[in-house]
Design a protein around this ligand. Structure first.
Ligand code: ZN
Ligand code: ZN
Length: 283
């Protein structure tokens, strides 16, 4: 039932159909984006990042928390979300905990656009404003990498070791934009936050693909249409672009062909459609 794709160094595993359910795990980074479905294999992941409160993105959070209980995890997961929905989400979970006679605990982390939060030593998440009718965020995962100071490049290993022993600081730290996740938004998210386009892997919605839904109708619903991607194809410079949140208007087995026909080949070669094999969507 799950789809797994590889995008550069990242595995993206989960399920996504626009308006139905979206939940994607990236195990290398220890995160799950959205909880519109509750894959068993995501139950052990400690950080859940919620884009917004629509049911196709949070509806299976209680089930995901329940599965987590079965994995033997004792600490509640961190759940990163737009700050505006933190009170509502925690009160929903309190009600469900009473219903179940079982605590559905989370560590809520409410963020506002521009806020950053450390996920682990070398990895942090930055919240980015998206454009949807409810409070919503995109997420940019930034990794801090240690590099040799540029003026020391060309020295041998023993020479560098000697300088380090002498107390010299031989490293500089650099931020690498590792992965971005942007869904349920207008395409203008990339004008306001062009750094999303510089991520090594960009996971983005592309809900509508052709004239079965007009560009205007897609915009009115605050979703991205492939027409808008085609218009600004040269902006998509990420080496790996995972497209997901496709509408069920399209069969999974026709999506690659639509992308082939409509996108410049150079961009198409970097796009990984997140679709299951076969002619029908799961469920
Ligand atoms: Zn959605
Ligand atoms: Zn939505």
């Amino acid at each position: 039932m799950l789809t797994t794709v590889t995008a550069g160094p990242h595995t993206v595993r989960g399920i996504s159909v626009g308006g139905i359910y979206t939940s994607l795990a990236v195990p290398e980074l220890g995160v799950v984006f959205d909880a519109g479905a509750s894959p068993r294999s995501s139950g052990g992941i400690d950080t859940i990042l919620l884009s917004h409160g629509h049911a196709d993105h949070i509806g299976a959070l209680p089930a995901l928390l329940g599965i987590r209980g079965l994995t033997g995890k004792t600490r509640p997961p961190r759940v990163v979300m737009p700050a505006e929905i933190e009170d509502d989400l925690t009160s929903v979970l309190a009600t469900l905990s009473r219903l179940q006679r079982f605590p559905l605990e989370i560590e809520p982390i409410g963020l506002r656009p521009g806020d950053e939060f450390a996920l682990r030593g070398d990895l942090r998440v930055r919240a980015v404003r998206t454009f949807h009718p409810v409070p919503s965020l995109a997420y940019l995962l930034i990794r801090r990498v240690a590099k040799l100071r540029p003026e020391l490049q060309g020295l041998t290993g023993p020479q560098i070791a000697a300088r380090r022993r002498a107390g010299e600081d031989v490293t500089v730290y650099e931020d690498r934009l590792e992965l971005a996740y942007a869904t349920d938004t207008l395409i203008s998210v990339f004008d306001h936050a062009p750094e999303l386009l510089q991520a090594g892997t960009l996971i983005m919605e592309c809900t509508f693909l052709d004239d079965r839904k007009s560009l205007a109708a897609a915009r009115a619903g605050c979703h991205i249409h492939l027409d808008a991607v085609v218009e600004r194809a040269e902006q998509f410079t990420s080496p790996n672009v995972v497209m997901m949140h496709f509408s069920q208007l399209y069969r999974p087995d026709e999506i690659a062909g639509i992308l082939d026909a409509r996108l410049p080949p150079e961009l198409r070669a970097r796009i990984v459609p997140f679709v299951p094999a076969g002619t029908s969507w799961p469920g």
